[in-house]
Design a protein around this ligand. Sequence first.
Ligand code: NDP
Length: 385
Amino acid sequence: AARNIRFFAAVAQTWTHEAADSEAKFLGRDLKLMSVTQRPPVGVGAIIIPWNSPLMLATWNLGPCLAAGNTCVLKPSELAPLTSIALGEIANEAGLPSGVLNIVPGLGDAGAALVSHPGVDAIAFTGGVATGKRVMASAAESLKRVTLELGGKSPNLVFADANLKRTAAGVARSIYRSQGQSCVAGSRLLVDRKISADFLEMLAAEIRRLKIGDPLVDGTEYGPLISGAHRERVHSFVADAVANGAKILAGGKNPAEPARGFYYLPTLLDGVDAKSRAVSEEIFGPVLTVERFDDEEQAIASANATRFGLAAYVWTSNVDRALRIAEKIKTGMVWVNSFFLRDLRVPFGGAKMSGLGRQGGRFSMEFWTEPKLVCVAYGEEDHDG
Ligand code: NDP
């Protein structure tokens, strides 16, 4: 969170107007033109964030919004408002002028009220696809600009030439980090059939190694889900897949310990029908589905067989293959032999139903500013008076 704020504070110091020089004839005179593109702030920004990673998502959006000179209203999820409120207190302590950052916790209708409010000029929304569509439809009424960071169903493509041990650890991290409650979760495993048996064993070993426990205890790697209702929803995908022939290789239930908290075991599902809900919908939980491929073409087709397009992870030691695949997969982001390593200058966002617009570095600054042309014509002294 601190890094987000520091990064955009630095961007603000180097963010400048651009100027283009040219010539033109006007009212019989030869003139020079200095066309300056200024970047004034849009005005008031509404930032609506979900419950997962609330502090990271708040600062990731607030940083550029404030750095560009806007004021903003931040609406955290009602399930996770405390870090946003603490952030407001810190901003007060740090001397941010009153009224620049406003925190409005509340249910979804607080978000809806912000989106339709005439005093709001731009909306940065992070959340689910259905809510994102509602936000966009409502914003259209007053032509407010919108950026949407929505859900995902991101594939891990594992090829036989990858370093399989490291890949197993990477794939486990991509899906079980934050218990799968992450937009970039690598929730589909597409693995080369030749190595699938060995690879699944390595993955099962990674799952067994995960340290499950209280997130406030040092060393814990895997905590609970956000709520009982969410745990039930996650399990409903697993139960549905099993009813349709899937086999549980790991997890698929609540652990006996810890007793307090909505824990659900890291789950690995094999033999899942590619058309089933577990493969086509975002579960937003610790469930990895397994599909096998025989060649690169089939791997790419499976990766693209989804309405989402947020991220993809390609695991291979063949650079040609990695770049070839990156070109053919329709997603906003492709990580090769890694998961979610971020340089804050680069674009973050999704293709297809995973979103609209990009954030990061100049992409965020462009969203939060309204380009304005100021064209100055100047030239020779007019000797005719
Ligand atoms: P929701 O879409 O349910 O909610 C997101 C935010 O919108 C919450 O603050 C919610 O308030 C608010 N909200 C609800 N209804 C409206 C409305 N009609 N108008 C305006 N705001 C509204 O998502 P979740 O909180 O369940 O978060 C999970 C989703 O977020 C997943 O789909 C995940 O993929 C996505 N996500 C995307 C990221 C990305 O960068 N692409 C990053 C992180 C998550 P309240 O919670 O109080 O109802």
